[in-house]
Design a protein. Structure first.
Length: 267
């Protein structure tokens, strides 16, 4: 999506939560791995036929993606780790682009951007006060809609690309971070093979160029267009990071850490 605001702070908070949660989980694993001591002289009762249990490593991510992040932000394109889906149809590509653009929560980011840009007088031609805010708002909303349609529908429909984000869900933090960032230039084709993400790269560039049709003349420069193109791709790469780690964050924040299971069978 097209965002022009300080989302870097949200990114840092997200990374901090993930790192903190991983460290907390490791600490619990070490603590639970130590056999508990018993003060009673009588042995504790054990099941008649105890079943051996396998250890659960940090790479076993079974948490699922949710349709929304924090119950508000659309997350319709995210696919849970190891989930197998049929090829994405052209209709499905249109539906996801439409939902991302016209969902009830889609106004949140344009409204926030409008206030931010108004405060810093980003486009003086828009003026100030309520009128100025209104102009910033509709420009931001159109930016978001045009980019969603180009990136998620028009270009992928022509190039036969799957616009969904497939969660890696395994490996360390660095590996998963690199994977998520790479999805800005690598995606899946409709046949399931890795391919160049033309929808993202070309679609984001096309939306940046189309914005020159409705922005003031002073904004229609090559440098502004190229800058917006790069920003569009960069922000989408950030959203892939959020999608990748959202199942982990959601689990740690709202469901608690997973219990560590000792591999040693009970005797």
């Amino acid at each position: 999506m097209t965002y022009r605001s300080p989302i870097v702070s949200l990114f840092l908070v997200t990374l901090t939560l993930v790192l903190f949660s991983n460290n907390s989980l490791r600490a619990q694993q070490l603590a639970l791995a130590v056999p508990a001591s018993y003060s009673s002289s009588e042995p504790a009762s054990l099941p008649d036929s105890p079943e051996p249990q396998t250890p659960q490593s940090d790479e076993d991510h079974t948490d699922k993606q949710t349709a929304r992040i924090l119950g508000i932000i659309p997350n319709f394109r995210a696919v849970s780790a190891n989930e197998k889906l049929p090829p994405q149809s052209v209709k499905e590509k249109f539906n996801t682009a439409f939902e991302d653009s016209f969902d009830y929560s889609s106004i949140v980011i344009p409204a926030t951007l409008a206030g931010f840009n108004l405060a810093r007088n980003n486009t003086p031609e828009f003026g100030s006060g309520g009128v100025g805010y209104g102009r910033y708002l509709w420009h931001s909303a159109v930016d978001q809609t045009v980019e969603n349609m180009m990136v998620e529908f028009f270009v992928p429909a022509v190039t036969h690309e799957d616009t969904r984000y497939y969660t890696l869900g395994r490996g360390g933090f660095v590996k998963r971070t690199g994977y998520a960032l790479s999805r800005a230039v690598v995606t899946r084709s409709d046949s399931g093979n890795p391919t160049f993400n033309a929808g993202e790269v070309i679609g984001a560039g096309a939306s940046a160029g189309l914005s020159n049709l409705y922005y003031p003349k002073s904004e229609r420069t090559v440098s502004n267009t190229m800058g917006n193109w790069g920003l569009n791709v960069g922000i989408d790469a950030f959203t892939f990071e959020v999608k990748e780690f959202w199942p982990d964050i959601n689990h740690y924040l709202f469901h608690g850490n997973k219990p560590f299971k000792d591999a040693t069978p009970a005797k």
